[in-house]
Each structure stands twice: as C-alpha cells, then as structure tokens.
Ligand binder design. Structure first.
Ligand code: FAD
Ligand code: SF4
Length: 477
C-alpha cells in the first residue's frame, strides 16, 4: 500500500484559499475556515486506530490521554475532548504549536511506525484548545477555598506559570517575579511569533491574572529584591529562572561589531512584533534586513534565528554547523522548514575566527566526522588546508545556553548546584537543598523543552502543596 501523505491542517495559503484571492468577506471566510479546520481535525483524529498500546501517550512528557481526546474529537465531542486534554496539560494549545512532536508523541504513533504517516496529534491538540478559547470554555480559576499561605515564584516562563496555575487552583496566594516587562519567559521573548503567536501566550497570562496570580515584573531577583527577602515574604519559593548564559565563540575577531547573541537577536525581533521601539533594531544592529547573515549552531535556536532573518529580509542566510545533517541536535522538521524558506545549510563547517570589524566574514574550517567519542557520537575533525571565508555582515551566535551562577548572583552559597551550574533538585518534587525552596524547568534540566518545564512546574507545585499542609500542621501544634 502506498504511503499515505501526512496531512497537516489549518495552513492558510497552502490548503485553504487566501481570503483576498477568493474575494470573501471576513465573516464568510471565518465560517469557511472554521468548518475546514474542524473537518481536518476530525479527519486526523479519526485516523487514530485506538491501538491499545499508546506509545504516543507514554512518549508525551505529560502522559496526555491522547487516544481519548482523539476519539472525542473524531466524534465531534470537542468540549469533552478539551476537558480531557487540559486535565494533564496546563497549556495544550502552546504544546500543540511548539512541541517537537516528531521526537515525542507523533514520532511514536503506531500508524507512523507502520509507514502510513502519523496522526497529527499536536495540530489536533492545538485545535481543541483554540476552539475551547473561542467558545469560552477556558475560564479564570476560582478556587473553592482561599488559603492564607503564599508562594513566591521566580521566573514567569512555562515552568513557573504551570506551577502558578496548580497552586492557585488549590487556593494558594501566588506572586510571580520576573525581570522582563512581560511574563511568559522564552514563550514571549525567545520563540518567534511565526511558531507561537504572542496573543496565544498573552491570553494565558491574562487568564492567570484574572485568577488572582500577582505578577511583579521588571524585577530582577538579586538586584531589585534579594532572594532572602522573597523567602521572608512567602511560605515557599520556586525558582524557575531558565538558562540564559550564551555559550561563546573564540578566535580572532570574536568581539567585532556585527556578531550578536541569538537571545538578543530573537528578543529584539519579538519586541518589534509586540510594537515596541527597539533601538538596536532601528539602528540595524539586531536587524537582518538587506544583510548577508550567517548563523552559527545546529539546534532549534539556530533554526529560529535563520527563519527570523529570512522574514526580516536578509539578502542571504546561511547556517554553519560543525557536524552533518544526521548529527545535528535540532528538529529535522525545522531544518526542512528553513530549507523551504531559502536558508542554506553549510554542514561540517566550524568558525575559526572573523574577518573585519564590523564583521565582513567568518573564517571557516571544513570538518569531517572522526571516531565516536565516549557518548558514541562521532567527533568533528578539522580537514587541513580547506579553510575559506564565508561572507557575512551579521553573525548570530546560537551555540546554546548555560545557567547563570545563581548562588553567587543571589548570595546564597548554601543553594546546591551541579557541576554544570544547574540547581540540584529532587526528582519529581523539585525540592532543593534549602528548606521550602523548589526549582523547576531549564534551571534544573539545562536547556530543554517547554513541555518538560510544564511537567516540572505541575509536579513541583503538588509537592509544595504537601509541604504547605505539613507547615500548617506544625504551626497548629
Ligand atoms: C530561541 C528558543 C526557541 C525555543 N523553541 C522551543 C520550541 O519550539 N519548543 C520547545 O518545546 N522548546 C523550545 N525552546 C526551549 C523552551 O523555551 C524552554 O525549555 C522553556 O521555556 C523553559 O522554561 P522555564 O520556565 O524553565 O524558563 P524560561 O522560559 O527561560 O523562563 C524563565 C524566566 O525567568 C526569568 N528570570 C531569570 N532570572 C531572573 C531573575 N534573576 N529575576 C527575575 N526573573 C528572572 C526570565 O526573565 C524568564 O522570564 C526554545 C528555546 C529558545 C531559546
Ligand atoms: S504535549 Fe507535546 S508531546 Fe504531549 S501530546 Fe501534546 S504535542 Fe505531543
């Protein structure tokens, strides 16, 4: 039997006529679009064979009850599908958009493995929750009892927000501190809007605010308020600060103008899309328009940078990676998306230095893959005499992120960290070496995924509830 093509849906412009092409009025378009999206969701959901060995579910970090919500969607029971889906996932519409499904649920779909193309689980998850929002099924949290205990959460990314949701449902008073002016962490300022629309993130923040979560923004813990002061104000504290220290490039010219950090480049682009005036974007420092752009790195951050540069109107965009395509850490789906958009990948190429200041080129060493290292991965080796210069007037460093030195920044040497600088936290509960202090997400795992941060936040919030119960009992004795 021929391999069935994978059906992606809700892709206006490819599957659906554009409104302007069809000469449709807004209302007609919205109705046709809604009907189309529903039909596609039902079609995909009905492809699930209800196989009885749901590897999709066991490979979803949240163990979402995928077969059940697919079945409910296939039979048109969308509100029930939403209830099942949101029972295990705080932000299903976000995961539906940005989980690397090819490595998680969809990659383990039995239909995919039998060669017939996966059920597009993420798209159905997104559809169910977007529909729930449109129909008013997503409501602010109204706890049945209010408790007088409070939790301070440092970091308003997905880990902190997922915990805030669980704690508020239990009636705990929650304050979230963040150094940025908007909540959401990397959902807001890291991941580009073409992958995750910002109104989707902002409506979740608004829902949490309406649920009684207090946000203290523009507040850097360790500068504007001390960690000890936060501990003194709350009955428990959660650290969900993510990882932001950029791995750097060495070599001659590495400090030249025109060589920028991925996080700065993506944050500026996201701010501009929010309508903010960003000086470094206006000046061209963090703007790829009309430039030859070279992005260095092979992970998902690099993919976001190259695709952003294309959208900003770069004249050429190249991605340098020191291993080959099969060995790159980023999602193959993202590489394919980038290639379709006009990005050129230069495999087995590593930067040795930079020409010009401001930068005019990257001095490239060609590599080959040698013997496997201790982890079994082939190490790149330099091919002598094959160096060349890749022209560039904007170079973006996207080599990954490491944790900041939290114990030093917060003057808390007793907070234990691993040799990689991530916070040492107990498996599942997130309990740290400090009593009543928990940690979740990237600051514990190292750079990871949104779905894992959500999972950590939810699990640790449950552990905090148990801790608060214990503290109440001790106080009552
Ligand atoms: C460019 C990029 C693209 C990505 N794309 C994807 C993707 O497509 N899919 C996916 O699953 N994952 C993706 N990830 C990874 C994902 O975004 C992270 O794993 C996830 O956001 C981690 O959540 P978190 O809550 O631990 O931290 P974060 O989202 O990083 O949030 C941490 C928050 O803590 C705040 N903070 C830090 N220090 C302080 C302080 N001292 N005081 C106050 N506040 C502080 C920060 O301002 C931030 O808001 C991407 C990451 C990057 C960088
Ligand atoms: S949360 Fe992510 S891994 Fe889990 S079902 Fe949704 S898209 Fe798949």
């Amino acid at each position: 039997m021929a391999k069935q093509p994978m059906l992606k849906f809700v892709t206006v412009g490819r599957d659906m006529p554009e409104k302007r092409d069809a000469g449709l009025r807004n209302q007609d378009f919205d109705e046709i679009y809604a009907e189309f999206a529903r039909a596609k969701a039902e079609e995909q959901a009905s492809r699930c064979s209800q196989c009885g060995v749901p590897y999709c579910q066991s490979h979803c970090p949240l163990h979402n009850n995928i077969p059940d919500w697919l079945n409910l969607t296939a039979t048109g029971r969308l509100e029930e599908a939403y209830q099942v889906s949101q029972a295990t996932n705080t932000f299903p519409e976000i995961c539906g958009r940005i989980c690397p499904q090819d490595r998680l649920c969809e990659g383990n779909c039995v239909i995919e493995q039998s060669g017939h193309g996966t059920v597009t689980i993420g798209s159905v998850e997104k559809y169910i929750t977007d529909t729930a929002w449109e129909n008013g099924w997503v409501k602010p949290i109204t706890p049945s009892v209010e408790r007088d205990q409070s939790v301070g959460i440092i970091g308003a990314g997905p880990g902190g927000l997922a915990a805030a949701d669980v704690l508020r449902r239990a009636g705990v008073q929650v304050t979230v501190y963040d150094r940025y002016d908007r909540a959401g962490g990397l959902l807001t300022y890291g991941i580009p809007g073409f992958k995750l629309e910002k109104d989707v993130v902002m409506r979740r923040i608004a829902q949490l605010e309406q649920s009684g979560v207090e946000f203290v923004l523009n507040c850097t813990v360790g500068e504007d308020i001390s960690f000890d002061a936060i501990r003194g104000k709350h009955d428990a504290v959660m650290i969900a600060t993510g990882v932001y220290k950029t791995r750097d490039l060495q070599g001659p010219g590495a400090g030249s103008d025109g060589i920028v950090r991925a996080i700065d480049y993506l944050t500026a682009s996201n701010r501009v899309n929010f309508g903010d005036t960003v000086e470094e974007y206006e000046s061209g420092e963090l703007n790829a328009k009309g430039k030859k752009v070279v992005v260095i790195g092979g992970g998902d951050t690099a993919m976001d940078c190259v695709r952003t540069a294309i959208r900003q109107g770069a004249t050429s965009v190249k991605c340098l990676y020191r291993r080959d395509r099969a060995n790159m850490p980023g999602s193959q789906r993202e590489v394919q998306n980038a290639e379709e958009e006009g990005v050129e990948f230069v495999w087995l190429a590593a930067p040795k230095g930079f020409a010009g200041d401001p930068v005019s080129g990257v001095m490239v060493q060609k590599m080959r893959l040698g013997a496997p290292d201790a982890s079994g991965r082939q190490s790149p080796e330099v091919i002598e005499g094959a160096d060349y210069v890749e022209e560039a007037d904007l170079v973006v460093k996207a080599l990954g992120f490491e944790p900041e030195d939290i114990p030093a920044l917060w003057d808390t040497p007793e907070l234990e960290v691993t040799r990689w600088g991530t916070i040492k936290a107990a498996f599942t509960s997130g309990a740290t070496s400090l009593e009543g202090v928990y940690a979740v997400g990237d600051i514990v795992r190292g750079a990871s995924l949104v779905v894992w941060a959500i999972k950590d936040g939810r699990d640790s919030a449950e552990a905090i509830l148990t801790y608060l119960e214990g503290a109440k009992e001790i106080a009552a004795e």
